[in-house]
Write a protein that binds this ligand. Structure first.
Ligand code: SAH
Length: 245
């Protein structure tokens, strides 16, 4: 017997000015059960309690979309979105669940994780998402992916300049990268500025907020692509993490 996810209608409303429909709530529950089940074979997540799963996976994934009104409407009308290092599907799968008109590409370098994502997309009947076993450094240099996306999402994959190097090459001009972080400091912003500039982007905004149940600190960094990324980025596999910009 699996526990039920909380509904949290008021918190959704207050924080995102949005509430899941009954249908979406049922799908969130289904996603939760699929992940608990998948966790028996694969090391997908340590977050398995219903409240914590709701907060740290569902709410956190969707909260990244909140401050940018334009971003939400582009997700609604239909954007091409890529989630780099999606792992068990965060933030990409919850975003796919609320954005049926968008095309979502879920990328991870681990084949087993992508095989699991394929299974959940199938079980949830999500057919506007596709998966890819690859590395950000590789797809960033492939013409079918480079400069092809409106939005690039990345959570818990590496330090911020690594995340910038993974995401900015994939964006069309004016596209938006969303980097999900826990803590963040002004010194880190200063350090990131130069890397982002080299990659053809600028730091558009940084949002600080607290999660609604455990009151944990979060930051989302929004990077706007303003110029073509030089061809040398992203560098070869492993270089961005070994020698961060
Ligand atoms: N985004 C998820 C998972 C984070 S764990 C979440 O927030 O819950 C980091 C994931 O990134 C792992 O699944 C790992 O396989 C993947 N990853 C790490 N480096 C990568 C790279 N260069 N390209 C693609 N995926 C990568």
């Amino acid at each position: 017997m699996t526990n039920s996810l909380p509904i949290m209608a008021e918190i959704w409303q207050q924080t995102l000015n949005w509430q899941p429909t009954d249908e979406q709530q049922a799908r969130f529950q289904q996603l939760y059960e699929l992940i608990l089940d998948g966790n028996r074979q694969l090391n997908l997540t340590r977050i398995t309690e219903p409240q914590e799963f709701w907060e740290k996976h569902l709410w956190d994934s969707l909260r990244g979309t909140a401050p940018q009104q334009k971003f939400i409407s582009s997700l609604e009308t239909g954007a091409s979105v890529i989630d780099i290092g999606t792992g068990a599907g965060f933030p990409g799968v919850p975003i796919a669940m609320i954005a049926p008109n968008s095309q979502i590409t879920l990328v991870d370098s681990t084949r087993k994780k992508i095989a699991f994502i394929d299974k959940i997309l199938n079980e949830l009947g999500i057919n506007h998402a596709q998966t890819l076993v690859s590395r950000a450094e590789e797809i960033g240099q492939q013409p079918q992916h480079r400069e092809k996306y409106d939005i690039a999402l990345i959570r818990a994959v590496g330090n911020a300049s690594v995340c910038a190097e993974y995401t900015l090459p994939l964006l069309k001009k004016n596209g938006l990268a969303v980097i999900y972080r826990g803590t963040w400091t002004d010194e880190e912003t200063t350090a990131l500025e130069d890397a982002v500039k080299q990659l053809g982007g600028e730091i558009e905004s940084i949002e600080q907020f607290f999660t609604p149940v455990s009151n944990s600190i979060r930051h989302c960094l929004y990077l706007r692509k303003i110029a073509t990324t030089p061809a040398k980025f992203p560098r070869a596999v492993g270089v961005p993490t070994q020698k961060p910009l």
